[in-house]
Design a protein around this ligand. Structure first.
Ligand code: SF4
Length: 487
């Protein structure tokens, strides 16, 4: 079968929004630092379907600056039996429209995937899409392809909803993919190499070009604002074997020599210290000389950090979220500011760079707590910092709390981004308004990056291994950031 996997254009005010990625944790925003994600979940699906002998075209329209005419031309040329669109909470209506336009051209089966489908399957199916896959969708797409290819109906395919005789049929949910199944998925970096251009993708905190991979899925933690455990990957932690991960590292090292860094996107890579230890030892045994970075919780200890640094780890991306313990308790983050302070001391001793993620507007936020966060960032001094506006994503506890207390200004995540794709606030509290929340994001960025005290931090980032690439990465992100300030 011929399958077309698509990250479609996002048309805002008649104009395609550049660099609009749909698969990030904070759904669909354009990054203030220039970050642009690979369509990572579609890429995993592409690898699985291709490995079964089907013909796949993977299209990332925003990465290629395609408008609708470009897309339609390419779609007609490929003439698929089935197409799959990744949607997200902010672009859902746009994506349904595009799905209908494409279906009118070839009559192929249309399918929609992404975290938003777990919450809005009815709306999507009523909008004209044929099939919706909920939660983890890479194997589910393959199950649909196999069912159609064999001439079977969708009755036996778990994890999908579809329309039959004007009635929505919700099949039972699919079990989450097991650790054994994760080891069977073709390397996503191979899919990038064959279908995409690594130079189109950027993480503002990594060396460029980079590849993003997952080595495990699911997060057992309970942060109330966090979407993926509730809308995509669940709470059950599943992992690839260390051998399988390092085979992929070796593949990148040998087949993609232009790549300067591998970023491990797992929510929970540092959760199992024994696995990390094994991973670091085997990197050394295989004599792999490649930079890698990962997300981390602040529970990571100094000894493990040192091992990671010796095995090529460059940076830890950490969700500190707030400098106020009251807020951390409200969001069930399971950490304290004291944990974060200790973590930063250890990370600096281990000579690891740190990207600190913070959010303004979480439950209980006031001007005092927001000021505390700004002071806290200045105190712990991460190498890079990101501030986000708290966005209540349907399916999360935070969303339910916002609705219950009537703090939502507009119940449409399409309104959570502006005409440039930057985050906009859609909540307001009696004592801390939408305007306050947005202004603290700008204030946080300016206070940190435009102060003299950032100069030694910048030097510390540059004067190390790969300093030239660190500098390039910093210059690229600064340009985008200044454009954001001047918008
Ligand atoms: S630890 Fe990270 S991924 Fe897990 S629930 Fe909290 S924010 Fe989400």
């Amino acid at each position: 079968m011929k399958i077309y996997l698509l990250n479609p254009p996002f048309v805002v005010n008649g104009q395609e929004l550049p660099k609009f990625h749909r698969c990030t944790r904070w759904q669909g925003i354009v990054s203030r630092g220039g970050t642009y994600w690979y369509p990572i979940w579609l890429s995993y699906a592409a690898g699985i379907i291709e490995s079964k002998g089907h013909e796949v075209r993977l299209v990332d329209a925003p990465a290629w600056n395609w408008n609708m005419d470009d897309l339609i031309r390419d779609f007609e040329d490929f003439n698929p039996d089935m197409f799959v669109i990744e949607t997200n909470f902010a672009s859902i209506e746009n994506d349904i429209n595009i799905s209908n336009q494409l279906k009118n051209i070839t009559g192929s089966l249309s399918m929609m995937v992404g975290p938003a489908t777990s919450q809005f399957s009815e709306m999507i199916l009523n909008g004209g899409v044929d099939v919706v896959a909920k939660f983890e969708f890479d194997f589910t797409i393959n199950d649909v392809v196999e069912a159609i290819d064999k001439g079977n109906g969708l009755e036996g395919v778990r994890g999908v909803s579809y329309m039959k005789n004007d009635t929505i049929i919700d099949n039972p949910e699919r079990d989450y993919i097991t650790s054994e199944e994760l080891d069977q998925i073709p390397f996503v970096s191979k899919v990038y190499k064959e279908h995409l251009n690594v130079n189109d993708y950027l993480l503002s905190h990594t060396l460029h070009p980079m590849v993003q991979i997952f080595t495990g899925r699911g997060c057992p933690n309970r942060c109330t604002f966090c979407s993926w455990p509730k809308t995509l990957m669940g709470r059950e932690y599943r992992i690839r074997s260390v051998e399988n991960i390092l085979d992929e590292f070796e593949y990148v090292s040998n087949e993609m020599p232009e790549v300067k860094e591998i970023f491990i996107e797992d929510d929970t890579f540092t959760i199992d210290k024994n696995r990390i230890k094994d991973f670091c030892i085997q990197i050394k045994e295989r004599k792999l000389d490649i930079n890698w970075s990962c997300n981390s919780r602040v529970g990571l200890d100094y000894e493990t950090m040192k091992l990671m640094k010796n095995a090529g780890c460059r940076l830890l991306d950490v969700g500190f979220e707030s400098g106020d313990d009251r807020i951390l308790k409200n969001i069930k983050k399971g950490i304290t500011t004291e944990d974060s302070r200790r973590f930063m001391v250890d990370a600096k001793r281990a000579n690891l760079l740190v990207l600190g993620d913070f959010i303004f507007g979480l439950p209980g936020e006031t001007k005092e707590s927001a000021e505390k966060t700004i002071q806290f960032v200045k105190e712990i001094k991460p190498n890079i910092v990101q501030f986000a506006v708290a966005t209540p994503i349907p399916g999360t506890e935070f969303y339910d709390w916002i609705i219950k207390n009537n703090y939502l200004l507009v119940n449409d995540l399409g309104e959570s981004i502006d005409e440039n794709g930057f985050q906009k606030c859609i909540i307001s509290y009696p004592d801390f308004t939408k305007e306050d929340i947005e202004s603290y994001v700008d204030k946080g960025l300016k206070t940190y990056y435009l102060s003299l005290s950032y100069i030694p931090i910048a030097f510390n980032t540059i004067f190390r291994k790969n300093g030239l690439y660190e500098l390039k990465s910093m210059i690229n992100s600064s340009k985008v950031l200044f454009n954001y300030f001047n918008r």
